[in-house]
Design a protein around this ligand. Structure first.
Ligand SMILES: [Zn+2]
Ligand SMILES: [Zn+2]
Length: 830
């Protein structure tokens, strides 16, 4: 442990205590002041914070403190996304109850966050596993049930064999579980859904209006919602007009190019089309093969498609041709209608399949000159298309749709890729779904006055599968709220993403007991002005929260259409080229870092090492550099404290009288302008810190240079202005050391109650001086230029001066003497 470090331990503990005693970050609604709701995605209480947490909270804290200094009434809360599987799995492994495990983790992580000195209003802390929290989402669940926005159905869902539960589509990434990375399988199961598809149009439309969001997140949401316009129509089975298969296409204009059709192997029509035992066996065999493939494999563009030709054919309604019918792995029952028309001329996947199976290909769009591709998906004039010939693609789409509608064969249709959000989880540690099943009344919601339906504590967690709640007789056996008879409680719990879909609203009035949140508080604070969190939630949490907010709006509870005005998605923290993880052994423990260098250094480094949206590559030298810088600031202020405190001038001291003084003051104010702009625009915290570092270098240089050359009062006033500016600008990055030094300078009010400095326009203008130009000691001209112009520039201007040049003719310039801001003497030799 080096001894030349400033006493960060004492300082950090002291200010964390003082801020808490003063309730400095308590947020109170104040309609007279503009508000700023600054929010970082709340953590899962896994046990310990990691460097990724330090990074995202340092960003949030910087913005919260900065906005507060800019005059905003800031709300900056923190809480815990406390339900979820790790607690339950830990319980199965170690026999600790999930509640105990969770609350112990929360206590420990809270103490870690407090050691970072984050400006949270801890009075607003919430934990989503608390019945006083989830009670309200149970109430909303019942209201959604009444409106058909929550429903139960049997369907094929994603099943994680390791987590032993259903997953929503958003929770499956590349065929794997978002949480545990196991391969996801499909399973037919009864479960609860939220009807997010009812909001597909609006969720999509608002993508264009979320201008404060990163474009890549918006693009991911747009693609996930996946709106496509087209037509849906029937193909009839040849010779059996009573059998129809419904298909959707975005390209009804290509109807004349339909040379075959495909059904999903699971399509219910398949069994009715089978003509004999041989075909039945072939179909069964094919289905078994397909069942071994994952959904992702089946949809992958780059692998060969497997298909089985059926004996039945279908009729292309556009030209009456009978075309082959297949079942193939690349058509899935869960997507669209489970059947497609195939147009190999204009669809690459169909082209590949057609070539593989020797099917005919009809081009229905004229190719551009020199086209050498295979399927052509671009626009062009229609060919080989009967009544559509000669039309553009757009015209033909409309006309083909009209034609289908007129004949009663089809309809215009908008399709979405988005599917309803499956929220049933067959696990224990979640919010109970507040419904019962009565023998007489069927499914009945719990009576509102009986909420919350509390998760029972006495449960056996075996990890053997099945909802653990089903084994808790005292929970399962209940009374029907409708008839008072015997009823059985629902034993699935809600997806934990339901809790995180509205926690930002609960923060507005976290202790409110008469509703989910207090209306006036939510109206004042919402929407969140700046949300900060990882890109991994681009289509998970961020989509669910948008949906849930719109549901609450339509229930008349909130006025906002969207929860988050602006979003910052920070990159990961990596080390040795990989994301920090226990298994890779490249984890840096924030506790160690804080113990060795202090929280201010940890925060400064994580803000300095990379722009926030980029990955942060960990390096120990960078941490040491950040520590050295803070020590350098500390030493300067402590050393010069007597001189600075003695000066009465303060920051608004008058204009300096000397060129050195003017130049230094300009540096101070240029730094204010740069740092402010870097924070405001694109969150360039790293370059903001560089600017502050440069100012500190300039401060050291000025102090040395000004020791003899400047009136003492002016020197002291400038030192004070510079030092106070450094502390104010650096405060939101490294709050403890700056607050301590601020106090050293004699201030009794917190640094964070000071207004953010503004650049003085008078200090920024470069003053001009007149410089005398001599040739061999004789005055030949004068030059007006800015104070402290660079020597090269002054030389160049002098030698190029019109009145100087004639005196240089036929002579050689031996040297040029520049006396800054006064004169230039050109010494020549003939
Ligand atoms: Zn899993
Ligand atoms: Zn009943």
């Amino acid at each position: 442990m080096s001894t030349d470090r400033y006493p960060f331990r004492e300082i950090e503990a002291k200010w964390q205590r003082v801020w808490e005693e003063r309730k400095q970050f308590r947020a109170v609604e104040d309609p007279g002041r503009p508000k700023f709701y600054c929010l970082e995605m709340f953590p899962y209480p896994s046990g310990r914070i990691h460097m990724g947490h330090v990074r995202v909270y340092a960003i949030g804290d910087l913005l919260a403190r900065y906005k507060s200094m800019r005059g905003f009434n800031v709300l900056h809360p923190m809480g815990w996304d406390a339900f979820g599987l790790p607690a339950e799995n830990a319980a199965i492994e170690n026999g600790v109850h999930p509640a105990i495990w969770t609350y112990e983790n929360i206590d420990y992580m809270r103490s870690q966050l407090k050691k970072l000195g984050l400006s949270y209003d801890w009075d607003r802390e919430v934990a989503t596993c608390d019945p006083s929290y989830y009670k309200w989402e149970q109430l909303i669940f019942i209201k959604m049930l009444e409106r058909g926005l929550a429903y139960r159905r049997r369907s094929t869902v994603n099943w994680c064999p390791s987590c032993q539960t259903v997953l929503a589509n958003e929770q499956v990434e590349n065929g794997r579980c978002w949480r545990c990375d196991s391969e996801v399988t499909l399973r037919e199961i009864e479960g609860w859904f939220f009807k997010i598809t009812a909001y597909a149009d609006e969720l999509l439309a608002w993508c264009d209006r979320l201008t404060g969001w990163p474009e890549r997140v918006i693009t991911m949401q747009r693609n996930w919602i996946g709106r496509s316009e087209g037509a849906e129509f029937d193909l009839t089975v040849a010779g059996r007009p009573e059998l129809k298969l419904r298909v959707f296409t975005t390209r009804p204009d290509t109807g004349f190019g339909v040379t075959y059709a495909v059904l999903a192997p699971e399509h219910p029509l398949v069994d009715r089309l089978i003509s004999d035992d041989a075909e039945r066996r072939a179909v069964a065999e094919f289905r078994a093969e397909v069942a071994r493939e994952s959904e992702i494999e089946r949809l992958a563009a780059d692998r060969p498609k497997r298909g089985l030709r059926l004996r039945a054919k279908v009729v292309n309604p556009f030209n009456g041709a009978e075309v082959p019918l297949f079942i193939a792995d690349y058509v899935l029952m869960g997507y669209g209608t489970g059947a497609i028309m195939a147009v190999p001329g204009e669809d690459q996947r169909d082209w590949d399949f057609a070539r593989q199976h020797g099917l005919s290909i009809v081009e229905t769009v004229a190719r551009p000159a020199g086209w050498v591709g295979e399927a052509y998906t671009g626009d062009g004039l229609k060919i080989n298309s009967g009544f559509l010939d000669g039309l553009t693609t757009t015209e033909a789409k409309r006309k083909a749709t009209d034609w289908l509608v007129e004949r009663g064969i089809g309809v215009a249709k908008v399709n979405y890729r988005l599917r309803d959000w499956g929220i049933s989880r067959q696990r224990y540690w979640g919010a109970p779904i507040p419904v019962l099943y009565c023998e007489r009344d069927g499914m009945v919601p719990e009576a509102e006055e009986k909420l919350p339906v509390v998760l029972p504590r006495d449960v056996q967690l075996s990890g053997k599968g099945g909802s653990p709640l089903a084994e808790v007789a005292s929970f399962v056996n209940a009374t029907c709220p409708k008839c008072g008879g015997k009823a059985r409680r629902e034993t699935d719990t809600m997806d934990t993403f339901v809790e995180s879909s509205w926690y930002f609203l609960r923060y507005c009035s976290p202790r409110y007991e008469r509703g989910m949140f207090e209306r006036t508080a939510a109206e004042y604070w919402m929407p969140v002005d700046q949300y900060i969190g990882g890109i991994e939630h681009a289509v998970l949490h961020l989509l669910y929260a948008r949906f849930y907010t719109k549901v609450l709006r339509d229930l008349g509870m909130v006025k906002v259409d969207e929860p988050f005005t602006a979003l910052l998605s920070q990159g990961m923290v990596i080390k040795d080229g990989a994301k920090m993880s226990k298994s890779k052994g490249n984890v840096v423990d924030p506790d160690d870092l804080i113990r060795t260098f202090g929280a201010d250094t940890a925060r400064l480094f994580s803000l300095f090492a990379a722009p926030p949206e980029k990955d942060l590559d960990w390096n120990d030298h960078g941490v040491e550099g950040a520590s050295r810088f803070l020590n350098r600031v500390w030493r300067f202020v402590v050393t010069h404290q007597p001189e600075i405190v003695a000066t009465p001038a303060g920051r608004s001291g008058g204009a300096p009288s000397t060129p050195d003084g003017l130049a230094f003051r300009r540096t101070i104010h240029e730094t204010i302008a740069r740092v402010t702009e870097d924070i405001e625009r694109d969150f360039h915290f790293n370059t903001a810190i560089s600017a502050i570092m440069e100012l500190v270098n300039a401060l050291y240089a000025f102090e040395t240079a000004a020791r003899d050359r400047m009136p003492g009062g002016e020197r002291a006033a400038l030192l004070r202005e510079a030092v106070e500016t450094v502390l104010l600008l650096l405060g939101p990055f490294s709050p403890h050391v700056t607050e301590e030094l601020w106090e050293h300078l004699g201030h009794t009010q917190s640094l964070f109650k000071e207004p953010w400095p503004t650049a003085d326009p008078a200090a920024l203008t470069r003053r001009e001086v007149t410089v005398v130009l001599q040739v061999d000691g004789k005055v030949r001209s004068r030059l007006t230029l800015e104070v402290d112009a660079a020597e090269d520039r002054v030389q160049g201007l002098a030698l190029a001066d019109e009145k100087v040049r004639p005196w240089l003719q036929g002579r050689q310039v031996e040297r040029v003497v520049v006396v800054p801001n006064r004169l230039v003497n050109v010494v020549t030799r003939s």
